[in-house]
Design a protein around this ligand. Structure first.
Ligand SMILES: NC(=O)C1=CN([C@@H]2O[C@H](COP(=O)(O)OP(=O)(O)OC[C@H]3O[C@@H](n4cnc5c(N)ncnc54)[C@H](O)[C@@H]3O)[C@@H](O)[C@H]2O)C=CC1
Ligand SMILES: O=C(O)[C@@H]1CCC=N1
Length: 268
């Protein structure tokens, strides 16, 4: 790995990716970061031993640029970068919503763009990163992108038309599980358990269920049926979930996330 990679906009997801690359064996000397605030740049230098530079400098020195600013800040970042990105660079965007065409229009002719939707579990090497090639990205560019994202979890290539849906499912996905854990822990309080115990019971159940889903290869319905004893406790809970429209709420929630990703494409 002798390419130089720059992370531009090293916030939550940018730092998660940076830390993952370092765990995967990238030399800090081959990584460079940019940050808007000088204290943040110093923090990243101290924590990871990487160099922090301005955006223009990063664009000049790195072969691969990972753009990890908010969608609403992407236009301004590209205005700043435009003249400094050479035609042989690979630009990877991690931003929700923004299409590869947005970058291709604003950067020099020939620059390859890859759109990736990672998620925060890249922090624990259990990420899900969904990858789409822009118009000028080749197999080599996709492989270079996968070399960054595969060490921190799974990767999946999809046509770009599916990126907004992927953003709703896996990009935002961890938040839904945290929300469930929070609500189920509250239920534990309602049932009289101390909060710490309720938290541990729910988190371990979530981990166990996730590992079974991943490792058994069984359909989730089958796994749920194995928990649901005739005239038992689980079916009473399932009846309430159905009565309160939880399945319909999830369908609507993920559709709303997909729609928001589409809106972000138009700078809203
Ligand atoms: N947080 C998440 O779970 C995920 C976020 N994303 C995408 O990643 C991007 C960043 O999201 P977060 O990390 O959550 O936001 P964040 O706000 O934590 O990070 C963005 C960072 O970019 C910096 N920044 C803004 N403009 C800059 C500029 N011109 N030069 C240098 N730095 C600049 C900000 O100071 C901030 O530190 C967004 O586009 C989001 O859609 C994608 C997948 C998951
Ligand atoms: O909420 C967001 O917009 C970002 C994109 C996917 C996860 N977080």
């Amino acid at each position: 790995m002798n390419q130089k990679v720059a992370v531009l906009g090293t916030g939550k997801i940018g730092e998660a990716l940076l830390s993952g690359m370092i765990r995967a064996g990238w030399a800090p000397a081959d990584l460079v970061v940019t940050a808007r605030r000088t204290e943040r740049a110093a923090e990243l230098r101290g924590r990871y031993g990487v160099e922090s530079v301005g955006n223009a400098e990063a664009a000049k020195t790195a072969d691969t640029l990972i753009l990890a600013v908010k969608p609403q800040d992407m236009g301004a970042l590209l205005d700043e970068l435009g003249p400094h990105v050479a035609a042989d660079r690979l630009v990877i965007s991690a931003a929700a919503g923004i299409r590869t065409g947005f970058f291709e229009e604003r950067l020099a002719e020939g620059i390859a763009v890859v759109r990736v939707m990672p998620n925060t579990p890249v922090l624990v090497d259990e990420g899900m990163s969904v990858i789409s090639a822009g118009r000028r990205a080749t197999e080599t560019h996709l492989v270079r992108t996968e070399a960054i994202f595969q060490p921190v979890g799974k990767t999946l290539r999809v046509p770009e038309k599916h990126q907004d849906a992927a953003t709703a499912l896996s990009g935002s996905g961890p938040a839904y599980f945290y929300y469930l854990v929070e609500a189920m822990t509250d239920a534990g309080i309602l049932l009289g358990l101390p909060r710490a115990q309720a938290h541990d019971l729910i988190v371990q159940s979530a981990i166990g269920a996730a590992v079974m889903l991943r490792d058994s290869g069984e359909h989730p319905v089958k796994l749920r049926e194995a928990v649901t004893s005739p005239a038992g406790t689980t079916i009473n809970a399932i009846r309430e979930l159905e009565k309160h429209g939880v399945r319909a709420a999830l369908l609507a929630a993920l559709e709303a996330a997909r729609d928001r990703s589409r809106e972000l494409a138009s700078g809203q």
